[in-house]
Design a protein around this ligand. Structure first.
Ligand SMILES: [Zn+2]
Length: 380
């Protein structure tokens, strides 16, 4: 066995953990840039600094403005509180403040992809959704509206100094957001588990996370104020972040990247719409592949464990796991991709872009162009 694992320097988890932020922040810097749209709440918690409100998923320009404001106000600490968008914005700003230059100097795909040379300035991530796990990942997804693409800044230097996961912050999340972010969390537990880069440590996290989502997600969706269900989802989301940052993702995220660039839809909603079909196509491809390939057998065994963990039945087969996820998506009223304007004529371009996406590299089996088109067509 050989693996490597890296995460945030410090993780604080628990109901009420937000109250620990002011003391921790005081030790990490003198003046914080506060990346959030929940300014009132962050002030009530005693967290002070220069507000930088963020609306929607971060663009290159938003990050540039944040860097400029932080420089003008001599900020030496960044605190981001919100969903994946706010955390990714804060993560990118903290990285650029330490490294100088423009986001395009370092951005994958549409930028020059230069490595970040220096660790980010101190960065505190406080998630308010239970889905992205961005508080413990090493990348920030940024949109370039002009190019209609999203791309990542990525570096081990970008891991947050402190992640504060307080499930109480998710109590007011509306049902549709609970569903889409929660299914993103589930995707980020299934994909690293069947990933070609899975390791023994992330396997433990993924199985425990799937077990929690199997019971907690429906409960949190029906009753947002069920703190036990919210805490289980917040923990599962954290486990997903720990896993994806160290074991990679797969076909769902391979498609979510180009879809997110071309259509105005939240990341979690795209993942939710894709998940059952990606599982179905992957499992069918693995079954159709030559049986003598050990890695394919291993991947099918992993899908068997996914199915048994989710359904709670010892006799479940990989396909039963697909059925279970499909039923969950129907129960949680997940809209199909067509709800965001994706049409049949977009299929070839999306399949081609997904084939080249970085997440696709860790998919358990190489999918053909036909299989990729089938996957995305099913999700329409
Ligand atoms: Zn995701």
């Amino acid at each position: 066995m050989r693996f490597e694992f890296a995460t945030a320097t410090r993780i604080v988890f628990g109901a009420g953990a937000l109250r620990e932020v002011p003391a921790a922040a005081a030790e990490m810097g003198r003046m914080a840039l506060l990346v959030t749209r929940r300014s009132a709440e962050i002030k009530r918690a005693g967290i002070t600094g220069v507000p930088f409100p963020i609306h929607g998923e971060p663009t290159l320009d938003v990050v540039r403005q944040g860097v400029q404001l932080a420089r003008d106000e001599s900020c030496d600490l960044v605190i981001a509180m919100g969903g994946g968008s706010a955390i990714d914005a804060g993560k990118a700003i903290a990285a650029l403040l330490a490294n100088g230059g423009d986001p395009l100097d370092y951005l994958e795909v549409i930028g020059q992809g230069r490595p970040l040379q220096h660790p980010s300035i101190p960065f505190i991530a406080i998630p308010t959704t239970a889905g992205t796990g961005a508080e413990v990942t090493r990348n920030a997804v940024l949109a370039s509206p002009a190019d209609r693409v999203k791309a990542s800044l990525r570096s081990p230097h970008m891991l947050p100094a402190l992640a504060v996961v307080d499930p109480e912050l998710t109590l007011t999340l509306p049902p549709a957001w609970t569903a889409s972010t929660g299914l993103d969390a589930l995707t980020q537990l299934i994909e690293p588990y069947v990933s070609s880069r899975a390791n023994a440590l992330t396997d433990m996290y993924c199985v425990e996370g799937m077990r929690l989502v199997a019971t907690a997600l429906c409960r949190a969706w029906r009753d947002g104020h069920d703190l036990k269900a919210r805490a289980d989802m917040a923990f599962a989301s954290l486990l997903g972040g720990l896993s994806l940052a160290n074991a990679g993702l797969g076909a769902v995220h391979g498609f979510a990247a180009p879809l997110g660039g071309m259509f105005d839809a939240p990341h979690g909603a795209l993942c939710a719409a894709l998940l059952p079909y990606a599982m179905r196509v992957n499992i069918a491809a693995l079954r159709a592949a030559p049986p003598d390939a050990d890695s394919n057998m291993e991947s099918l065994l992993r899908y068997t464990t996914v199915a048994r963990t989710l359904t709670g039945r010892d006799s479940a087969l990989p396909e039963d796991g697909v059925e279970w996820v499909d039923a969950l998506c129907r129960d949680l009223e997940v809209p199909p991709l067509s709800a965001y304007g994706v049409r049949q004529e977009d299929v070839p371009a999306l399949a081609e872009k997904a084939a080249r996406a970085s997440s696709m590299k860790a998919n358990p089996i190489l999918l053909s162009p036909t299989q990729l088109e089938e996957l995305i067509s099913l999700a329409l």
